[in-house]
Design a protein around this ligand. Sequence first.
Ligand SMILES: C[S@@+](CC[C@H](N)C(=O)[O-])C[C@H]1O[C@@H](n2cnc3c(N)ncnc32)[C@H](O)[C@@H]1O
Length: 284
Amino acid sequence: MSVSPAPAPDDRHARAEERLGTMGTSYRAVGTREATAANLAWWDADADDYQATHGEFLGDAEFVWCPEGVREADAGLLGPVADKRVLEVGCGQAACARWLAQQGARVVGMDLSGGMLRHAREGNRRTGLDVPLLQATAERLPIATASMDLACSAFGAVPFVTSIDAVFTEVSRVLRPGGAWVFSVTHPMRWIFPDDPGPTGLTATQPYFDRTPYVEVGEDGEATYVEYHRTLGDYVRALAGAGLTLEDLIEPEWPEGHTRTWGQWSPLRGKLFPGTAIFRTRKP
Ligand SMILES: C[S@@+](CC[C@H](N)C(=O)[O-])C[C@H]1O[C@@H](n2cnc3c(N)ncnc32)[C@H](O)[C@@H]1O
């Protein structure tokens, strides 16, 4: 396994990388234990900076699906939510969950990271919307079978877990028949380009077909951050394997006049190829 130098200094994540002792990056196999420990530590370490960087864009009680700025209030991907029991997977600061609560849903937010959930509790306090919060991994949901009408996730959990089969099977289990699971992730084709919002991010360098996860490592070689790549076909097969029907795959276009850069998402790249994939699925 070859390890490249640590990621280029990036103010957004510098503090998390320093706290975790990130020394380099690599592509190598990572199992559930190592990935869960790394991502728990990473999201805890990055929680304050994530909120400081993105909190205003995401709002206190708004449902924003992606850096392209698609809002559930406009897109209606979940359908009517009033009186529905909804689980938000990988809720982070839980802005989506609070928007759902405002619309009359009975919503629960869950996340792996206590640091992200601390911001969720602060958001609850600021808004007076007391959304129940759970700390768990999406691969094993502490939620009763068939107890949810809807499940959703905006970039939560799915890119960071070893097994999307486990997550989709768990989500399918907690949904009642007819319930929907809608989630957004980085569009799989972004994998082939460097994580760079500028012109460097326009040249393909990484094979689309290589599923070996991206890993940041500390001095001892243990992962400090892990992100997985799945092809579009992998998502379709995992959803089918969990008994979920794919109803739509939304690839949001970069909106005219939207100038905000979010990490590798930028107007330059967004005008050329998709940055986000939103899967709308249903349990038959
Ligand atoms: C990019 S943030 C998205 C947060 C929020 N949904 C938003 O739109 O800002 C990813 C979230 O996934 C959570 N996460 C990572 N691995 C997870 C896992 N195995 N189970 C549940 N949540 C996880 C992280 O703690 C983090 O809050």
